[in-house]
Write a protein that binds this ligand. Structure first.
Ligand SMILES: [Zn+2]
Length: 763
């Protein structure tokens, strides 16, 4: 369900100005052994990697996509199972030891849907139907298409005045408060974007709303971005975005089996006790359906930055506009089919290198998720090919095609929860992909893997510019840097910083719940559009408007395959800690800065309130409510975090020094058997960043460095226990969290120091 951030952020971005330099032969770089390898093992590895990167074929990617997206394949549909079986047969054919693992999960599908305007304008009943497009050959598979809906909305039948809440974020309600507008007892209409969609009904319900309509504004992914489908890639008037609205702030996965695998005999809570269903009924609508509703809303004119792209003046409400919203679902238990394929490790078979992408979609899902899935399949084929040629990976490689990602990361979460004990012992890394498109290589993940994935990116060529995908990503970051300091850093720092992993795809159970070091990789930025989670996300759209020649699919298979091989073959696990310590330091600096700015902001606002600024500058002919003064936050003690960062910097520098000494003159010691003890320690390094109890009130999110924000959903927050306590103005909790996270970082520093001692004893 990965949100195509790029299509919103980079819509219209044209990158014509990049100078095209030939792809440099890596002769010079080849002299430097790969990180975690002796000179000899590095030489052998590079030869195998070259062979690997020559294998993926664009024709195969295209053929896989055509097959997998030929019919709708949502959870529980016949073609979902059919696809799983087809992927399993391909994995077997490629030489992977493959099985399908099944789970049983709560998966609601729509039974009754109604949105009608009953007062305040001419009676109007929303179509809630995406029309067939004659040139698009799969858009007419109406019988198999899941109607437009938001999964895990509770059932409900409500009639109430309509209020426009912009994106429906907490700060939008501050604007409504200023205008004296309450959503208590109202139905809210929010536009898609700027948060995960499930946040909108959640925040609305917290403010007393009784129903929620989410619509796709043409300004965000419709005609303001470009021509609409089928003439162009953007959202047509009747296109709607399906999607899950499960409340993911406490846990992900099957709502009936929190924290444990949804196996046949699992203990399940009753549906009425399921914690992650919404509190109010929700339905998504297209902008054609939203227009008469928005036009009927009266009351104050919405602020300028709340105005969308429809040809009308957006008002806040409430007024005479009254809406009837009805949602009823079939609350069925449906099977999930996860495809799991293995290549056994030759020497370190108890160490698992895991790769995955989901195969289920809302409808045909050519982009989301098949564009990523086909690259992952082609990697599996390439690795199988190398095994036939005599390649023997040290570690066990596991390829996964997840089911049920769209409704709430169900397939990956239930698998991780089922195998949690094994994963904690054996998992080295999890590498995820989801939708893939044209453009820039996107690097996100655990910061101990920052150096590793940067190195991989230096060895893969961008198919259109012929730069390395690393160089192109670096130049894009320079171009979008917000300050001269930021752009200098990108220019001069050896490795590009990884973005944090948020919610929104199958890496989440691995990193947040299991504490397995994880990466998310893929391309994007040049493939704007508006077919996300609609019937138009299909083979016709993808082959006309996205990676039409599948060259970025090939590049993803090369990058993913190289990553898996290099991790599977390394003598010493290529985790690197000086980058990591530098990133942690940055996050600590950021959270301290946030705290100081928050304090200053509250102080300034309180001063303005007492100065009478609000009354004097608000139009006296309109209703304006002066905000109440807020409690000034106490100073928080960040010293434990500062101390932990220093310890972390020292131990990571020490580890690096020992490794460099060992690597000098060929690093033959790295290939010795005693390196196993160091690897055993390194494998625990990500898990060390978790706590058994998890974040405050969020037991499933155990990682103390990053988590998807409670009020952002997709976007991650760094040091979330501290950051979110500050945002929620829980000062004492923030201070306690700072001490707890500091302890976690001290433990991590100790592990790195122990690894350095063990490493220095090797010869
Ligand atoms: Zn997806």
């Amino acid at each position: 369900m990965k949100l195509p951030v790029r299509s919103v952020l980079f819509a219209g971005l044209i990158c014509g100005a990049i100078s095209v330099a030939p792809f440099k032969s890596r002769v010079a770089a080849d002299d430097v052994p790969l990180y975690g390898y002796s000179a000899e093992s590095s030489r052998v590895e590079r030869q195998w990697e070259e062979k690997l990167r020559a294998i993926p074929s664009a024709e195969n990617l295209r053929a896989y996509m055509q097959r997998l997206s030929a019919r709708p394949h949502n959870v529980g549909s016949p073609y979902d199972k059919d696809n799983a079986e087809w992927i399993a047969s391909r994995f077997k054919e490629f030489g992977l030891d493959t099985h399908i693992e099944t789970f049983n999960v709560l998966y609601p599908t729509p039974k009754e849907r109604l949105v009608e305007l009953v007062d305040g304008g001419p009676h109007f009943r929303a179509k809630l139907q995406e029309p067939v497009v004659p040139e698009d050959p799969t858009s007419n598979q109406t019988a198999e298409q899941l109607p437009t809906y938001n999964a895990y909305s509770i059932d409900g039948d409500v009639t109430a005045p309509l209020v426009y809440v912009n994106y429906g974020l907490p700060e939008d309600y501050e604007v409504l408060d200023r205008r004296g507008i309450s959503v208590k007892g109202a139905i809210i209409i929010a536009r898609y974007g700027h948060s995960w969609r499930g946040i909108k009904p959640q925040v609305g319900a917290e403010h007393g709303a009784i129903g929620c309509i989410i619509y796709s504004d043409p300004r965000d992914d419709g005609y303001s971005g470009g021509e609409v489908f089928p003439k162009g890639p953007y959202r047509p008037p009747d296109g709607a975005q399906r999607g899950s609205v499960q409340d993911s702030s406490v846990f992900m996965g099957d709502p009936l089996t929190p924290g444990v695998g949804a196996t046949a005999d699992a203990k399940r809570v009753a549906i009425k006790d399921a914690q992650t269903l919404t509190k109010i009924p929700v339905l998504p609508v297209s902008y054609a359906d939203a227009q008469p509703l928005l036009a009927a809303i009266s009351g104050p004119v919405a602020p300028r930055n709340w105005q969308g792209g429809l040809p009308l003046t957006y008002h806040l409400g409430p007024g005479a506009a009254k809406v009837h919203l009805k949602v009823f679902s079939n609350w069925d238990i449906k099977p999930l089919y996860d495809v799991i394929g293995k290549i056994a490790g030759s020497t370190n078979s108890e160490e698992w290198v895991i790769r995955g992408n989901h195969h289920d979609a809302w409808v045909n899902g050519a982009e989301d998720p098949i564009s990523g899935m086909v690259a992952v399949m082609e990697e599996a084929r390439a690795l199988g090919e190398l095994v036939k040629q005599g390649w023997k990976p040290k570690r066990t490689i596991i390829y996964c095609a997840w089911d049920g990602e769209e409704p709430g990361l169900l397939g990956s979460t239930e698998w991780v929860e089922t195998h949690i004990d094994d994963l904690r012992k054996h998992a080295v890394v999890y590498i995820n992909s989801d939708s893939n498109g044209r453009g820039f290589f996107e690097l996100e993940g655990s910061h101990t893997l920052e150096h590793f994935i940067n190195d991989v990116a230096r060895d893969v060529q961008d198919p259109e510019t012929k730069l390395t995908i690393w160089k192109r990503a670096q130049l894009r970051e320079i171009e979008s840097a917000k300050s001269p300091e930021a752009s200098n850093e990108v220019r001069n720092r050896h490795d590009l910083r990884l973005e944090m992993l948020g919610g929104g795809s199958d890496h989440a159970p691995f990193i947040n719940f299991a504490g397995v070091a994880s990466l998310g990789i893929g391309f994007g930025g040049e493939d704007g559009g508006g077919i996300y989670h609609s019937i138009y996300d299909d083979f016709y759209w993808y082959t006309h408007f996205s990676d039409t020649k599948f060259v970025y699919g090939r590049a993803l298979a090369q990058a993913g395959g190289t990553s898996i091989m290099r991790m599977a073959d390394a003598d010493l696990l290529p985790l690197q800690f000086t980058d990591f310590a530098d990133d942690v330091k940055m996050y600590v600096t950021e959270v301290k800065k946030f705290s100081a700015e928050q304090r200053e902001e509250i102080r300034r606002k309180n001063q303005e309130i007492s100065d009478g600024v609000y009354e004097a500058t608000s139009d006296p002919r309109q209703t304006w409510v002066t905000p109440k003064p807020q409690e000034l936050p106490p100073h928080i003690n960040f010293a434990p975090l500062d101390n932990a960062v220093e310890t972390l910097e020292r131990s990571s520098a020490e580890y690096q020094k020992v490794l460099e000494r060992l690597s000098a003159n060929g690093g033959a010691a790295l290939a010795s058997a005693s390196v196993a003890e160091v690897n055993a320690l390194l494998m625990q390094s990500e898990h060390k960043l978790t706590t058994p109890e998890g974040l405050p009130g969020r037991f499933w999110y155990k990682h103390e460095l990053y988590a998807p924000g409670v009020y952002t959903g997709y976007a991650a927050k760094a040091i979330p226990a501290v950051r979110e306590s500050l945002e929620q103005k829980k000062w004492q909790q923030a201070e306690e969290a700072a001490a707890r996270v500091a302890k976690v970082l001290q433990n991590e520093a100790q592990l790195i120091a122990d690894a350095a001692v063990k490493l220095s004893a090797i010869h």
